[in-house]
Design a protein around this ligand. Structure first.
Ligand SMILES: *Cc1c(COP(=O)(O)O)cnc(C)c1O
Length: 357
């Protein structure tokens, strides 16, 4: 198989161990003589998998009692509407830190009054606003902890006077999280915890049932807490790969270990960006994401952008083109991105610098 360094933003690199374990179960699931995509989701074997995956989420994130973890379809984008559907009675507050945050906010506007407490839109979302007030009468406050497109990240769990809801699509399982500070955490799996097709929702059960509107069954979180995420047929294969990905995280030693690995990988790349006169980081230093590293060519080297892209591509780098709304480069270095890949990119940047001295 061709050797590449995968920096895709999502879907993205997953642990080889997880992919290989999933392949085995794609052939024969738990000795049933059937593939995991052939067994009944009502079978005892599948039931055990659902129990195992929820328990593993709770263990890894140290999720307190009173919370459930759901595995649903529709991606994080569906949660943009399910959150206001289930939580917005009168007013919601949003922090606008990027295109995803903006989409979430826009969906909420269809359900009630929405207050944007702060936005960094005027500087292409290159930082996370910190000076804002959360209205005390809001039904909830919505944040996006990692802004995948711009490479900014909230490194700590904030305090909120109202129920806190977070889109953690692109940094879940990259660090320990104080789940008790949140009413709900959601995200698409395809950045850090598995393949596309499954969406995780961590929800505090007693935060539900506070709105007066009718909620269709499939859009009501209580349907899925009651049905153990099997009110309808769950995305079995995506869930299985997610389980294997979480087992890999556990085998590494859990989230403290993973966080340290992520800090080291990110430092390796950011140090090179700061040292190398050809490149400039685009995100405010204190908000730099450990997951998505965004950078551009320095002003006087702008003409070399295409040439560096080609140079890196020839050396096996995949997916380093910045999002079309930002330009430049973005290296997504999620949990499963090996340190060797980050080192290979750094080597590339150094070689390119030498060629242009
Ligand atoms: C990728 C991403 C999304 C969109 O996820 P889908 O599962 O494709 O709907 C939402 N929010 C953030 C922060 C993302 O990175």
């Amino acid at each position: 198989m061709k050797k590449v360094h995968n920096f895709n933003a999502g879907p993205c690199v997953l642990p080889k161990e997880a992919i290989n374990a999933a392949i085995e179960q794609l052939k024969d699931f738990k000795g049933t003589g059937m593939s995991v995509i052939e067994v009944s989701h009502r079978s005892k074997e599948w039931d055990a998998t659902m129990e195992e995956i929820e328990a593993l989420w709770k263990e890894l994130l140290n999720i307190p009692d009173g919370y459930r973890v759901l595995f649903l379809g529709g991606g994080a984008s569906t949660q943009f509407s399910l959150v206001p559907y289930n939580f917005l009675e009168k007013k919601a507050a949003y922090l606008e830190t990027g295109a995803w945050a903006k989409k979430a906010l826009k969906e909420a506007e269809g359900f009630g009054e929405v207050v944007c407490v702060a936005s960094s839109a005027e500087t292409t979302f290159n930082y996370i606003p910190k000076d804002y007030t959360i209205p005390a009468d809001a039904d909830y406050f919505h944040i996006t902890t990692n802004n995948t497109i711009y490479g900014t990240e909230l490194h700590e769990d904030i305090d909120s006077p109202v129920p806190l809801i977070a889109d953690m699509s692109s940094d879940i399982m990259s660090r320990p999280v104080d789940v008790s500070k949140y009413a709900l955490i959601y995200g698409g799996a395809q950045k850090n915890v598995g393949p596309a097709g499954v969406t995780f929702v961590i929800v505090k059960e007693d935060a539900l049932g506070k709105v007066s509107r009718y909620i269709p069954a499939m859009f009501d979180y209580r349907t899925h807490t009651k049905g153990n995420s099997m009110f309808n047929t769950p995305p079995v294969f995506s869930i299985l790969v997610m389980l294997e990905t979480l087992k890999w995280v556990k085998n590494l030693g859990g989230l403290k270990v993973v966080q340290k690995m992520n800090q080291e990988k990110a430092a390796l790349l950011y140090n090179e960006i700061d040292r190398n006169p050809l490149f400039v980081g685009t995100a405010a230093k204190e908000d730099r994401s450990l997951m998505n590293v965004c950078f551009v060519m320095a002003e006087e080297h702008k003409d070399k952008e295409a040439s560096f892209m080609e140079f890196a591509k020839e050396r096996g780098m995949v997916g380093i083109k910045g999002h079309r709304s930002v330009g430049g480069f973005r290296a997504s270095i999620y949990n499963a991105c090996p340190r060797e890949s980050v080192q290979a990119l750094v080597d590339c940047m150094q070689e390119f610098e030498k060629m242009h001295k």
